[in-house]
Design a binder for this molecule. Structure first.
Ligand code: ZN
Length: 324
């Protein structure tokens, strides 16, 4: 998604990783102090596939625009370095009805089914009615400030209720933070022994670009090849909707949906393609109307077999990058 964020030109990976390995080696030679290593790790984050080192949020956001849809950070890595809060760890390990709940093996769907939750996600999910009122009040105030800053009179009759309306609209646009995958799926998994490709296409999605908080919208096509277990068909659009109703970049949205389905029904493969128009591109910046951005994420059989992938692409009407 083109936007004002400066895109860091990435040199071919071989040369950059050579350079970084040299840096790493020299760092090992010169100093063994833990702090030094940490600093090096932060510098090397660009070259590390898992990106687990603490870098500033700004850098992380910047990186998200330059990464491809198959971001290795979202693949499974042993969670040895992941810091799980003590309370959360206890909760995850606590026996429920005599059975031990173990952490989900990937970071895609967390043990609470929230996926990529931040502190704010949990807060919003568990808020009391009183806290909801406070939240809305804060948002109203923020929108009023915005109105003042753009040169409006927030007490003008026409926009008097705009802060309230906008705050409520914003909460709706981001309602995915109040949902979790486990509730959505709600055990709608069936052992059908069906092993042929299943496709749900033309799922309309509306999301907000996390860089500009303006909409991007379009259609998503989801295909998967079950490994005996099939998921209720209506669940696929609902999973996509949950992720879309959060602040997103299209690449990550595509990937999150694919990974979630992969994790929920352990199919032979999943393919997700999304085609969307970005208002941050249309209304500002390059101001190109009529452009659309296509992202895809293919896992399992779709990744391994080009024949399977092509069958999916032809069934959804995309072939060789051209609409049929
Ligand atoms: Zn944007």
């Amino acid at each position: 998604m083109p936007d004002s964020v400066p895109h860091r030109k990435r040199s071919p990976s071989t040369s950059s990783s050579d350079a970084s390995s040299k840096r790493r080696k020299s760092s090992k030679r010169s100093a063994s102090s833990k702090r030094k290593n940490n600093e090096q790790a932060i510098q090397d984050d660009d070259d590390l596939p898992n990106g687990e080192h603490p870098i500033s949020g700004f850098d992380r956001r910047r990186e998200s625009t330059t990464r491809t849809a198959r971001d290795p950070r979202d693949e499974f890595h042993p969670p040895k370095k992941r810091k799980v809060p003590k309370a959360a760890r206890k909760e995850a390990e606590a026996p429920v009805n005599g059975t031990v709940v173990t952490r989900s093996p990937t970071p895609v769907i967390d043990f609470d089914g929230l996926s990529r939750p931040s502190a704010g996600t949990r807060e919003r999910l568990e808020e009391s009615p009183e806290q909801a009122v406070v939240r809305l009040g804060r948002m109203r105030g923020a929108v009023r400030t915005l109105l003042e800053c753009v040169g409006e009179d927030p007490d003008r009759e026409g926009i008097l209720d705009t802060p309230e309306r906008y705050a409520k609209a914003m909460l709706f646009f981001t309602k995915g933070y109040q949902e979790n995958v486990q509730d959505i799926v709600n055990n709608a998994l069936f052992n059908e022994g069906h092993n042929e490709m299943v496709i749900v296409k033309d799922i309309e999605l509306h999301s907000l670009c996390e860089h500009h908080l303006v909409p991007f919208f379009g259609k998503m096509h989801i295909g998967y090849i079950p490994s005996k277990t099939v998921i209720g068909l209506s669940k696929l659009p609902r999973i996509a909707e949950m992720f879309a109703r959060r602040l997103q970049v299209q690449e990550r949205l595509t990937k999150e949906v694919a990974n979630a389905i992969m994790e929920i029904c352990r199919p032979q493969g999943v393919a997700v393609v999304m085609e969307a128009s970005h208002q941050c591109m249309v209304m500002r910046g390059v101001e190109k109307t009529g452009t659309s951005t296509i992202t895809s994420c293919v896992l399992g059989a779709f990744e391994k077999k080009s024949k399977t992938r092509n069958e999916f692409l032809s069934l959804i009407g995309v072939s060789g990058g051209r609409r049929l």
